[in-house]
Design a protein around this ligand. Sequence first.
Ligand code: NAP
Length: 265
Amino acid sequence: MNLQLEGKRALVTGSSSGLGKEIAELLAAEGASVVVHGRDEGRAEAVAKGIREAGGSASVTIGDLGTDVGADEAVAAALAAGPVDILVNNAGVYDPAADWWGTSSEQWADIHNINVISAVRMIRRLVPGMRERGWGRVIQISSVTGRLPQASQPHYAASNAARDNLAASLARELAHTGVTSNAVAAGGILVPATEEMLTALGREKGWGDTWEEIEPHAVGNLAPNDTGRIGRVGDYARLVTYLAGPGAGYINGTTLRVDGGWRDV
Ligand SMILES: NC(=O)c1ccc[n+]([C@@H]2O[C@H](COP(=O)([O-])OP(=O)(O)OC[C@H]3O[C@@H](n4cnc5c(N)ncnc54)[C@H](OP(=O)(O)O)[C@@H]3O)[C@@H](O)[C@H]2O)c1
């Protein structure tokens, strides 16, 4: 299938690693010109270089999206080479060790700022241009915990409910403009950060020593789903890339799930 991404420019926030990196690479492989973003120039540039070496088009923008100033900087550099047609709000943080009683009010506010308000900052700066041009895609990365929260990291789960919610509200706001807004909720996805965390946890709990030994226990205890495995970045990035194209124009205002059929523990 040709996703018709040639000629489109996509900014993927937090694409210096993990899910965002895979999404940026796949969008570029499908023909989009990609703006790689992060706070660390070296890490973001390494991703962009890899995309260019693979024959794609990529530039870099830097900025801490937890502040208005950082968002201004990131947007200014992204727009310097042309308009942004596709905004993937992926930058975010999580902490599986967090619980109800050890999480302070400041930590609740911080995670809401990084996971939710950062996206609003980018929407407010980039979506008016999409509306004027009559075409655009806004894709909000979120987690299945927004709908099926566990007792752990309640502040993160609540931030994901907000991510889903703002995606739907934005679709109403952008009615009849050619710009769609959706969220894609992930189950547990294996990125370097989660592999490290789960491997350490698995060893502590006596689930095994290697990732292969630990994965089935991690699925049963932390990411219950009917495929019996943790998701891989490609599982997730393929749907995001499809949503970014013109062919997905009738998918709007919804949260799609990529979670293997996640269910309550
Ligand atoms: N992995 C999963 O299982 C999973 C499941 C559901 C949802 N998600 C969501 O997917 C997104 C990516 O997670 P990941 O697992 O790929 O984590 P990751 O590898 O740690 O990537 C996080 C990205 O966000 C950027 N970032 C963090 N704070 C930022 C800030 N204040 N300003 C700008 N950029 C910032 C980081 O950039 P730096 O280079 O500057 O650090 C990095 O590029 C998150 O929003 C997360 O909630 C992940």
